[in-house]
Design a protein around this ligand. Structure first.
Ligand SMILES: Cc1cc2nc3c(=O)[nH]c(=O)nc-3n(C[C@H](O)[C@H](O)[C@H](O)COP(=O)(O)OP(=O)(O)OC[C@H]3O[C@@H](n4cnc5c(N)ncnc54)[C@H](O)[C@@H]3O)c2cc1C
Length: 385
């Protein structure tokens, strides 16, 4: 049986970057995935991801996002491609909405530059956006979008070039800890490792069954439209956008391949991850189209705009914790097992920094990165009762 310093279960967003980080630190690493990442079956499908630092969810994410931004820029230079394009992001909602209140709080606490626009200023500067009169807009110019597929591809290729063994298309059936050694059982082979990192995304509760984490998985739908007025959605003309209250969001018409829109809130619960996820239906698009017609009316236009402008759709999975904050920690009962889970629909931007934290924990037992607020500790005791 082959043996490694570290094995990683799950080579999607977090696992691919963790494999790269460990390979750089010159330890022997085996990374395993049931599919061949990047793929469309987990949480990284949909081509692009938002990067932002003025974090409405909690100000403690800001230092991690800032560090991650530098890492994305550096990785892009190293790989000779742009992984993070800083197109800016405009968040719109009433002053008291969670998103506006939260961005203001984080930017004040961390001294981040965010420009405030009135509804009238938004409409005149970005005619594509038609917010209600009582909305304000907060423009974070250093936000942007990440090329999700390229990021995972590059991370895995680089990890492989540095000596990581990538075992793909091979589901892990289980793992056990015996005399301080980890045995990982897969469909095709077994292996032994001194340390184990679990980054299994939506499948975290299967791979970490013994922990009984309070995770729920939701199916999300994304849609790309060929804009009715393409000049209003060009990459150089508009930032990424998000509107309260459902956090309807969208990207510019990147590469002319369509304007991607989605909604952060909502989505159906997924009860059985062994069954194929239902493809997007006409009903799934109703809410997206309705909101789009109000706030970005020149995207789809009047009927039959929806049918003629729709380019493609895709599903993706959110893995939500009760407080919608990530969990990254050492396994409470196995000192050589570490995990990161429950990225709650906003984890991608943190992949390079989460990878550093996981590598620190696995190799040094501790990290200087400010992740304490994301530890498991007794965080979910109440939600279990
Ligand atoms: C629609 C949508 C939009 C999003 N938008 C943003 C955004 O704009 N910005 C942002 O920062 N984040 C965003 N996110 C969230 C972000 O994409 C996720 O938080 C992130 O991808 C989670 O990474 P992960 O590594 O946990 O999961 P994944 O990337 O899914 O990786 C998990 C991997 O584990 C593998 N695996 C699981 N079980 C096993 C097993 N038994 N054996 C072998 N392999 C296994 C899976 O095959 C998979 O490859 C979005 C998510 C969705 C769904």
């Amino acid at each position: 049986m082959k043996s490694y310093d570290v094995a990683i279960i799950g080579l999607g967003t977090m696992g691919s970057f963790t494999a790269l980080e460990l390979a750089r630190r010159q330890v022997s690493v085996a990374g395993l995935d049931q599919f061949v990442p990047p793929h469309h079956r987990g949480s990284h499908s949909g081509e692009t991801r938002v990067f932002r630092m003025a974090y409405y969810e909690h100000p403690d994410y800001v230092p991690l996002a800032q560090r991650s931004g530098l890492l994305w820029d550096g990785l892009g230079q190293e790989f000779g491609t742009t992984l993070l394009t800083r197109s800016g992001m405009l968040s719109m909602g009433p002053e008291e909405s969670e998103i506006i209140f939260g961005i203001r709080q984080s930017s004040r606490l961390h001294n981040l530059e965010v420009e405030t626009l009135s509804a009238a200023e938004i409409r005149s500067r970005f005619p594509a956006f038609q917010p209600q009169d009582d909305f304000v807009g907060l423009l974070e110019k250093t936000a942007g979008w990440i090329d999700a597929d390229a990021s995972i591809q590059y991370a895995l290729q680089q990890a492989k070039d540095l000596g990581a063994e990538l075992i793909l298309d091979n589901p892990v059936l289980g793992w056990e800890c015996r005399e301080n050694q980890l045995k990982v059982k897969t469909e095709r082979e077994n292996l032994i490792a001194t340390k184990l990192i679990i980054t299994a995304g939506a499948w975290a509760n299967q791979v970490l069954r013994d922990l009984g984490l309070p995770l729920t998985v939701k199916r999300k739908v994304l849609a790309w439209f060929d804009p009715l007025q393409p000049e209003q959605f060009e990459e150089e003309k508009i930032p990424i956008f998000a509107f309260a209250p459902n956090l309807f969001y969208g990207f510019p018409n990147i590469g002319g391949r369509g304007v991607k829109v989605g909604e952060h809130l909502g989505g159906n619960l997924v009860h059985d991850l062994n069954l194929p996820v239902m493809p997007p239906s006409s009903e799934d698009l109703d809410s997206l189209v309705e909101t789009a017609s109000e706030v970005v009316p020149t995207l789809i236009g009047p009927p039959p705009g929806r049918d003629v402008r729709l380019l493609r759709t895709m599903t993706c999975l959110y893995t939500l914790t009760p407080d919608e904050h990530f969990i990254i920690d050492r396994h409470p009962r196995h000192q050589n097992v570490f995990f990161a889970a429950g990225f709650s629909g906003h984890g991608f931007k943190f992949a390079p920094v989460m990878a550093k934290a996981l590598a620190d924990l696995a190799l040094d037992g501790t990290t200087t990165l400010p992740i304490d607020f994301l530890r498991l500790k007794g965080r979910f005791e109440k939600s279990r009762n």
